[in-house]
Structures are given as C-alpha cells and as structure tokens.
Design a protein. Structure first.
Ligand code: G
Ligand code: G
Ligand code: MN
Ligand code: NA
Length: 254
C-alpha cells in the first residue's frame, strides 16, 4: 500500500503539522476552545487528508506514534496560547480508539500533562462515537479516569452510526459533538432537525454540552440557537488555520 509505505518513512516534524479550528459559545459568541486537526504534507504527493491516512495508521498501529506527536504539539500550542493571552481555552484533541486500546492511556495522559506542564482543564479528548461501542476495553473506565484527571471528553460525530442515546447516560462525558452530516441538512430535512432537537434536549437534561460541527450558514446557526445548542464550530465563524491566523482573527478577551 502506497500510503502505508509513505507513512512508515514519514519524518513527522517535517511532514506533519497541526491546524486549529475555533469553537465558540453561541450565547456570547466567545471563543471557548480550539480543535487540533492533523495535516500531512507528503514531499512527493503533497497534501494527504487525515480521512485517507488515519484509518491506515490505525490498521498498522502507527496511529500510536502519530497520536503521541499530535498530543505533544497540541499541548505545547495551548500552553503557549493560554499563557500569552491569560486565558483558559480548551484544546480539543482527536484520539483514536486504537491509541486507547493499546496503551495505558490514562497514565500516559497524566504523564504528558506533567511533561508539558499543561493544565488538565486545557484539554478536551474527542472520541468518535463508534469507538465507544465496539472494543473489548472499558470506555466507561476511560471516561471516569479522564474526569478524575480533570480532563473533559467529547463524543465526536454524534448522531450518526449506531444508536447511542442509552449508553451515553452511563458514561462520564462532558459534551456531544453533533455530526456535520446532520448539520448539513438542518435547514431542509425535517428528520435531521428532529434528531438534532432530540440530541440537544437529551444532552440538556443530562447536563451535557452540545457543539454543532460544520456550521457554514447563518440560517443553520439560527436553528441551532433556537434549539438550545451550546456551541458551534464551522466555516461560518472560523476555518482550521495556523495559530497565528487564529489569533489574528479572534480578539481574545480575558
Ligand atoms: O480536518 P479533516 O476534516 O480533514 O479531518 C478528517 C478526519 O480526520 C476527521 O474525522 C478528524 O476527526 C480526523 N482527524 C484529524 N486530525 C486527527 C488527529 O490528530 N487524530 C485522529 N485520530 N484523527 C484526526
Ligand atoms: O474530528 P472531526 O470529525 O470533528 O473533524 C472535523 C472536520 O470537519 C475537520 O476536518 C474540519 O476541517 C471539517 N470542518 C469543520 N468545519 C467545517 C465546515 O464548516 N465545513 C466543512 N465542509 N468542513 C468543516
Ligand atoms: Mn474531532
Ligand atoms: Na466529526
């Protein structure tokens, strides 16, 4: 496999970089966090999307070293940002279930925070919904452990794939990230609207926050606001960008 070969020989520090997409609270339009998104500039091929190489890295196990690289950079960046602006923004970091499955993830996270001198409340771990269903390890233990460390957790791409309304209640989760696929159809599809409304109502009742992903239009925002969705992330208010660009576009208020 070509991508597999290129990934094996990748020089992480030269070929990988992170971009950061702001997350905003709808109520006061304040930036409350950033999602770290991995980018790969392969010297011969050019940009390769994480949607194309992450699944391969998960199959080969290389996601473990890639995930460690992402964690290091993301913690370094949020520390610099928060100390510079005297803020406590959260860095949302995507973590693959393969990373959690193949190491003592909780101890590893604790050591990473110590090593990078980062506060746990600067970190939000994003885990894809499907990941919480299969796998023989206990996701429940992971969520409880993260909460004990003071690290928050979000379920990514919520509302797609398998039904998850019941098991969410068992887990110590802080936030549901409503899948872009649902947001995409919010204006014209009654079913999508119904599902989103159900999610925001359920989350509200259980004390979980909701964030809508991939919000591109004002009319989508209006519907989400009216439904009581807490936060948004999307091209409407901010694209994934370098930290310098994010800082330029967002007035940081203390
Ligand atoms: O940014 P983009 O839409 O191209 O990302 C595509 C997919 O890759 C998303 O589902 C996102 O969750 C995933 N992704 C991006 N960065 C990371 C990362 O650092 N680690 C993991 N595991 N997945 C990532
Ligand atoms: O990890 P997750 O699946 O949450 O990744 C989010 C992905 O969605 C990122 O790859 C990001 O580039 C993409 N994204 C974020 N906001 C928008 C948006 O408004 N429109 C589109 N098309 N993609 C978005
Ligand atoms: Mn994500
Ligand atoms: Na997602």
């Amino acid at each position: 496999h070509r991508i597999e070969m290129m990934l094996k020989s990748a020089d992480y520090d030269r070929e990988f970089y992170l971009v950061f997409q702001p997350q905003y609270r709808i109520e006061d339009r304040k930036m409350i966090g950033l999602e770290a998104l991995l980018r790969w500039q392969q010297p011969e091929t050019g940009n390769i999307s994480p949607g194309d190489f992450i699944p391969i890295a998960e199959e080969t196990g290389q996601i473990i070293s890639i995930g460690a690289w992402v964690m290091d950079r993301a913690l370094e960046e949020i520390k610099i940002f928060n100390e510079k602006h005297d803020t406590n923004l959260k860095m949302a970091i995507n973590v693959s279930p393969v990373q959690i499955q193949n190491m003592d993830f909780l101890s590893w996270m604790e050591e990473k925070l110590e090593e990078k001198k980062a506060h746990p409340y600067w970190v939000d771990i994003e885990i894809t919904e499907g990941a919480t269903i299969h796998g023989d390890f206990s996701m429940e233990e992971i969520f409880v452990g993260l909460a004990k460390l003071g690290i928050s957790a979000s379920i990514d791409d919520f509302g797609t794939g398998y039904s998850s309304l019941s098991y969410i209640k068992r887990y110590h989760i802080d936030r549901l990230k409503i899948a872009k696929e649902l947001i995409d159809h919010i204006t014209e599809d009654e079913n999508s609207r119904l599902i989103i409304r159900a999610i925001t109502m359920m989350a509200g009742g259980m004390g979980l926050k909701t964030i809508a992903e991939g919000v591109e239009e004002t009319c989508q925002l209006k519907i989400l606001e009216e439904m009581g969705c807490d936060e948004i992330q999307g091209y409407l208010w901010g694209r994934p960008n370098s930290m310098a660009q994010v800082e330029k576009e967002n007035v940081v208020i203390q």
